[in-house]
Structure formats: C-alpha cells, structure tokens
Write a protein that binds this ligand. Structure first.
Ligand code: NAD
Length: 357
C-alpha cells in the first residue's frame, strides 16, 4: 500500500520552503516509483485563521493516520497578540506530544563548501556530520514533583529528574539504530558521576548495547561532551542523551555549522513514525521575498525517507544532490559568500531537482 505524507507548510517562509521540498520529493518519488500520496493541511497561525485553533482535531486525526508528517515552520507577528492557548507554537507542541514523538534527531552537518560559515576554524568543522538523539518526552522538563515555596522568608524551588528503564531503553535503541545506518559509533552522554538518573541511564544503555555488537559504544560526561563538541566535534558520529542535556548540546552542535537554513530535524515515535521539519523558525523578516533557504526542509525530506520509510538510497541521493548544488557555487542569501552565486528559494529547489538527474 502506498504511504501517505501529511504536509503542513505552516506560516511565514513555511509555504515557500515547503514548495521546494515537495518538488524534490516528487522527483525522487518519480525516479524510484515510490508512489507516495501527499495530503495537505494547516498548522499554527494558518490553522488559527482557517479553523480558529492552531491544531484542529481533524488535522491531528490526519497526522495520526499518515505514515509521516512534513512540517515547514509556524508563528509570526500576526498572531503574537492572540491568547496564549491559541498561539501557533501551541499547535506545534500539541502535535508533538499527541503523536508521542519521544525521540528528537538533530543532525549538525557542515558541508565542506560552507566551512567559512562557522565561528570555529574551518579545519575543525569542515565535513562535520554529528547526529544528536535527544529524549523528548521525559526527564526534568516533565518530572514531578516540581514546585516552589517560601520558608522563613527564603524562596526555594525544585524540579525532579526521573527516568524509567523503559524510557531509557527505547531512546537508546533509536541511538543504536541510527548509528547502524551511519558510522556505527554511539556516544551516550550523561552525568553518572553525580546523578542517580544518569547511573541508571548508563546501566540500561549498556544492557541495550548487547543487541548491537556491531556499534561501538562509549560514554561521556555532559560537561566533557560540551567541551569536546567545540574542541574536536568530528570525533562524534551519534550522540544519545536525555532531554535537558540534549536540548543544550543540540543547540550548541547546530551553531557549530553557523547556517540555520541548512539543518533538518526529525521527531520519532516508538514505530519510527515521525514528524520532520527544519530546525529554524518561520523567519517572518524574510517571508514572501523568495529568498529563504529551502535546504533544511529538503534535507528533512531525506531524513523522512531514511528514518520512517527505510529508503536510505533515496535519502543519500537527496543529500548528495544538495552537496552538488553547493559545489556548483549556488547559495541562498543566508549562506552566500564571496565568489558564489546568490539564488532565490525556487531556483535553489530547482537546482536540487536538476542535480538529482
Ligand atoms: P527564525 O529561525 O524564524 O529566524 C531567525 C533568523 O534566521 C532570522 O533572521 C531569519 O530570517 C533567519 N532564517 C531562519 N530560517 C531561514 C531560512 N530557511 N533561510 C534564510 N534565513 C533563515 O527564529 P525567530 O526569528 O526567533 O522566530 C520567528 C518565528 O518563528 C516566531 O514566531 C517563533 O515562535 C517561530 N519559531 C518556530 C519554530 C518552528 O516552527 N519549529 C522554531 C523556532 C521559532
């Protein structure tokens, strides 16, 4: 049976970058006879305008039925003044939690052609390709009890960092599976020298490792990982870590590349069904100008094919086509430098389609 992809272009530059991603998906589909069915709906501000809610029930149902969701970005000044519960970003948080997307995959890839975009020395980051697998629905951001009180005139507050072995094992498996599809190296990041939850984390990751003898597992404390990411980031293949550590390290890693318009992301559930989106927002400052970089969304299509549909060759083809286009010297404004040719959103999408052959 053909697979269904729910496309949610969203707000701001969302529809512009999504149009290019769909072009690329259509070409790969036609070349390989994949026969995917695309459905379209609204999320965020566009959904508020159309349905009066940033995530309509019908849209959520369609997302549940689809085999994967491809999202542009949501939000913008037009909806800044509406009541908080109806803001575009609420739609995004709700769809993630309702779909049970517990694994967040954020690659930090620096194409050698863009090494100058990083704040780090080119030889440290050129060719960087790290994947951070972050646990997304547990840990300290959701743990109870949490609270705040005033005792004897002193305010105090507390949070809780709980992890069950089931939660750790399922995210560890996502990390091992991803490493298997890449360089077969997994680094588990924790703070096991101090935290009880990290000690359990390390224990469970070791147990899961027995099912993956072909993947080289290492462990690193989070403070050292933060340091190593700027000292020698190319030592990493896949990093798996908890919600808070992953939040911090994935932002750090993505900024090593210096080009937010290039970075895709995936959020997966227990069956590898996922939602795929660029790491950046809706960029209202450049919306409607035809200059947004569509490559993060195009690379999100590659992740969708790789992780939800098991089409590694098709994913490789898209990633290689993006590399080819950069080799040709084509750049959108955000990644443009001297000696390269500036192109708009649609021309960049067309160039990737052409590079696919
Ligand atoms: P942003 O990522 O939208 O923009 C930050 C800067 O990067 C801007 O200067 C923008 O022009 C530029 N930029 C982003 N993507 C680009 C691209 N593809 N090509 C070229 N330049 C690009 O972040 P922001 O300005 O903080 O937020 C704008 C809106 O997006 C807000 O409403 C925010 O809530 C929302 N947002 C949504 C998501 C999401 O949908 N996942 C994520 C972050 C922010």
């Amino acid at each position: 049976m053909s697979k269904t992809i729910l496309v949610l272009p969203g707000d701001g530059i969302g529809p512009e970058i999504m149009a290019e991603a769909v072009k690329v998906l259509a070409r790969v589909d036609a070349q390989r006879g994949l026969g995917y069915a695309l459905e379209y709906d609204d999320l965020g501000g566009a959904a508020y305008d159309r349905y009066g809610s940033p995530l309509a029930d019908g849209t959520l149902d369609r997302a549940r039925q689809a085999d994967a969701v491809l999202l542009g970005a949501v939000g913008g000044p037009k909806w800044d003044a509406i009541e908080p519960a109806l803001r575009p970003e609420r739609g995004l948080l709700k769809i993630r939690s309702q779909l049970g997307l517990f694994a967040n995959l954020r690659p930090a890839i620096l194409y050698p052609q863009l090494a100058e975009a990083s704040t780090l020395k080119a030889d440290v980051v050129a060719g960087l390709d790290v994947l951070i697998v972050r646990e997304l629905t547990g840990g300290i951001y959701f743990g109870a009890p949490r609270g705040r009180e005033t005792v004897d005139g002193q305010r105090r507050a507390w949070d809780t960092l709980p992890y069950s072995e089931g939660e750790i094992a399922r995210i560890a498996r996502v990390g091992f599976d991803a490493a298997r599809q890449r360089g077969r190296k997994l680094c588990s990041v924790d703070k096991a020298n101090v935290l009880a939850s990290s000690q359990l984390w390390r224990e469970v990751v070791e147990e899961v490792a027995k099912d993956y003898p072909d993947v080289a597992l290492s462990h690193m404390y989070v403070d050292n990982a933060a340091m190593q990411l700027v000292r020698a980031p190319k030592q990493f293949d896949v990093i798996v870590t908890d919600n808070m550590f992953g939040d911090i390290l994935s932002d750090q890693a993505s900024m090593l590349t210096g080009s937010i318009g290039m970075l895709p992301s995936a959020s997966l559930d227990a069956n590898n069904k996922g939602m795929y989106e660029p790491s950046h927002g809706s960029a209202p400052d450049i919306a409607g100008k035809g200059i947004a970089n569509p490559l993060a969304t195009i690379l999100s299509v590659a992740m969708l094919l790789r992780y939800s549909f098991g089409e590694a060759a098709a994913a490789d083809a898209i990633e290689q086509a993006v590399g080819k286009v950069l080799d040709q010297g084509l750049r959108t404004a955000d990644i443009c430098s001297e000696g390269t040719q500036q192109v708009g959103t649609a021309a960049m999408g067309d160039a990737v389609v052409a590079a696919l052959g």
